[in-house]
Design a protein around this ligand. Sequence first.
Ligand code: PMP
Length: 447
Amino acid sequence: MNELQRKDLQYIWHPCSQMKDYESFPPIVLERGEGAYLYDIEGKSYLDAVSSWWVNLFGHSNKRINKAIANQVEKLEHAIFANFTHKPAIDLAERMARLTPQGLNKVFFADNGSSAVEVALKLSFQYHQQMGKPEKTRFVAISEAYHGETLAALSVGDIDLYNEIYKPLLLNTFKAAGPNCYRCPYGETRETCTGNCIENMEQILSAHHEEITAVIIEPMVQGAAGMKIYPGIYLKKLRQLCDTYDIHLIADEIAVGFGRTGRMFACEHADISPDIMCLSKGLTAGYMPLSLVMMTDKIYGAFYDDYVNLRAFMHSHSYTGNPMGCAIACESLNIFEDEEVIEKNKITSRLIRERVTPLLNHPNVGEFRQLGMVGALELVKDKKSKEGFDWKQRVGYQIYQIALKHGVLLRPLGNVVYFMPPYVINENDIDLMIGTAEKAICEYLGK
Ligand code: PMP
């Protein structure tokens, strides 16, 4: 352990970590980043195959974005956003209203993904309070949902590892068994799917709609659940159900927005518009915390009144509408346009699929699922029964450590090894990424 690592462990508590693990596996001290790579203080490179927790789009230390920040910081670094505004926020809001699915015309700014989810939940609740339906107080999420770590966001999450201990503190939400395509209980495949599993949601909504204000969902890909990919038909049916029962549909596109799934927004795959959409992560191309909550005019209208009627949304975060974050987001949208990113990603996505294909013969690779720039290998103990490895074996963690040794930052979710690289990844990098995943899987599980 070097001096910096020793000091780090003396003072710092790292996220989502058992700190005791760091005794045998101390944190890697980074010095810089460039393109798809991170470099430690000894000069060793790590291919960032997970876009640093799914945030980075155009590589580390991207020249265009660096310049946009430099320009903005010379003008205005930050200012209070109540009663004040600035061009970067206005430009961003206007462009997002045009870019996002139809009807999402108003933007509320927050400063990270979880806070965007909190805003979305509060907005929906308050809307119904103010629209004469005060009994609508409960939220619905699907199994293995993940929407962040703050208490309301955890309440609509369904991953025990993150929320089990906090259950006494959480809101009383409904959980509907959601799509489980690899182990489909209806015996369908993603290709033959007609969205039968919506029946679980339908039962809850038809029985309890009077007390339900919103359904929240990660469209097309449930990230933290292990990049579980499901067909758009589920979202189409969900949209219809929400309309039938006067329930808001909140699309959490924090992880899947900005091209990750091959479309600018994942809702486009199902051709639906949610009532509320949460965006963060790729919004600032991986540079800074910022988030947006997009909503319909109808929702906005329910809060618009004389002050004394007390219908305003009294919510704020200190860094709301941060000008540097907004300037980065605008430059990121310029890059999407100038460099035809969505089109080019189709080629990258195909290369990843081609390169992964031989790995499907490995006895422990259950399936490879992919949508756009998200790809995931699910490792299983037994291919026939699809039985997974015991979580205590920490298969993902072992593979993570081996891959790091070989210079690739893969960070498996349980038994799922996934690829979610920055869009600037090239063919050689793809070879390194998949080749190393293969090496690590074989080194740990055998051929
Ligand atoms: N929703 C989804 C779908 C996410 O993937 C995440 C982060 N992984 C969040 C919400 C929370 O975002 P943040 O970490 O910025 O709070």
